[in-house]
Design a protein around this ligand. Structure first.
Ligand code: ZN
Length: 367
């Protein structure tokens, strides 16, 4: 039996609590913003649309932290000489320092460090220890008052098995208000970084793009191989594509959920991409997307691996199902073609139930 969804009053309380944490929480580093974003993202990836409590591994929070800071620990290109932006007062924050060290060997390519399980484990272990000690247990302290509205301030288990548990209704709220929370947390984070680095950043307006933008490198790397997989036709209108002008489209738009996972990429006409804009696409497109990812599971995985693009079929499906659930709940519209939008029907859920996820490549048979 699942717990019912939280009522409107609880949801309002949740928003007030989050606003209070983001505006007033006393932090000398940008960790609280990273933690709020990580919790919201993990609620989308691992939660459900019920009021159930949600257990989250501290290791998963630490991985999300590492991903967020990986981008931000690149040298800011806007100053007189490239320099990594400060994310705290005093000595450089442990998480930023850890990620900077890993970046020395791997540069922008987080996928390369992930490909070395030992290295990845050692980076995320240091991040995990910091997350566990610091932001996780301090997030809900504002002034002298410590609350336990989001989760009890208690980590269960040790090492890789350590978890926290979001209280009933909290995972639901994180999922339901994800776009709003992202705006609040990213906006607050960017302001914080600007305050920490007044000389370096000045009035430059591209700070948010630098801190949180999509990886253009990933899009370029998958364009050619996806064009081949789609046999040279547009994912949406099915008409012939020109290899030169074809564009990589985020199937679930970046504006709705900013993650560059390989299964979320399709290639399309520039025009189809532009008209789809920030909408989700209609059920007919969703059906094709689900089928493509199942039928070409192995091919897609190898395209992503050679292009250095992270991929995780199960997570991509979770995110997509969440995004459609959000549109359904708000009785929103989805994009069909050209200027045509239509209400989302109820059939989309069935597409996710029909078959299991087949993200693992077929086992090699020893000869
Ligand atoms: Zn098209």
């Amino acid at each position: 039996m699942s717990l019912p969804r939280p009522d409107a009053e609880f949801q309002l309380k949740f928003l007030r609590e989050l606003q209070r944490i983001l505006e007033e929480g006393r932090f000398t580093a940008s960790y609280k913003f990273a933690l709020v974003l990580s919790l919201a993202d993990l609620a989308v990836q691992r939660g459900s649309d019920t009021g159930d409590p949600l257990q989250l591994p501290v290791a998963a929070i630490a991985e999300r932290f590492t991903e967020l800071y990986w981008r931000q620990a690149a040298p800011w290109p806007g100053g007189e000489r490239p320099e990594v932006l400060k994310q705290n007062t005093g000595r450089r924050a442990v998480v930023v320092q850890t990620v900077m060290e890993a970046r020395k060997d791997y540069g922008d390519r987080i996928d390369r460090v992930r490909a070395h399980p030992g290295e990845w484990a050692s980076v995320t272990r240091r991040v995990r220890e910091t997350v566990r000690k610091m932001p996780l247990l301090k997030l809900q302290t504002v002034g002298d008052e410590t609350r336990e509205f989001l989760y009890p301030n208690r980590v269960e288990g040790r090492g890789r098995d350590a978890t926290i548990t979001l209280n009933p209704g909290i995972g639901y709220c994180f999922r339901s208000f994800h776009p709003l929370i992202r705006e609040l947390a990213q906006g607050g984070w960017a302001q914080f970084v600007r305050r920490m680095n007044p000389e370096l950043i000045g009035e430059r307006t591209d700070l948010r793009e630098f801190l949180f933008g999509a990886s253009r490198a990933n899009l370029q790397a998958v364009r050619g191989p996806l064009f081949e997989l789609q046999e040279g036709s547009c994912f949406y209108c099915r008409k012939t594509l020109n290899g030169e002008t074809a564009q990589v489209d985020h199937f679930v738009p970046w504006s709705r959920y900013p993650v560059d996972l390989g299964h979320n990429f399709v290639v399309s006409h520039a025009g189809c991409n532009r008209r789809k804009a920030d909408h989700l696409s209609a059920e007919v497109h969703l059906e094709r997307w689900v089928e493509r990812n199942e039928e070409l599971s192995y091919e897609l995985a190898s395209v992503c691996e050679s292009a250095g693009v992270p991929h995780d079929h199960r997570t991509s499906r979770q995110i997509t199902a969440w995004a459609y659930g959000q549109v359904e709940e708000r009785a929103g519209l989805v994009w069909v073609k050209g200027q045509t939008l239509e209400p989302l029907g109820g059939g989309w859920r069935g597409l996710f139930k029909r078959r299991g996820v087949t993200s693992a490549p077929p086992k090699e048979v020893p000869s």
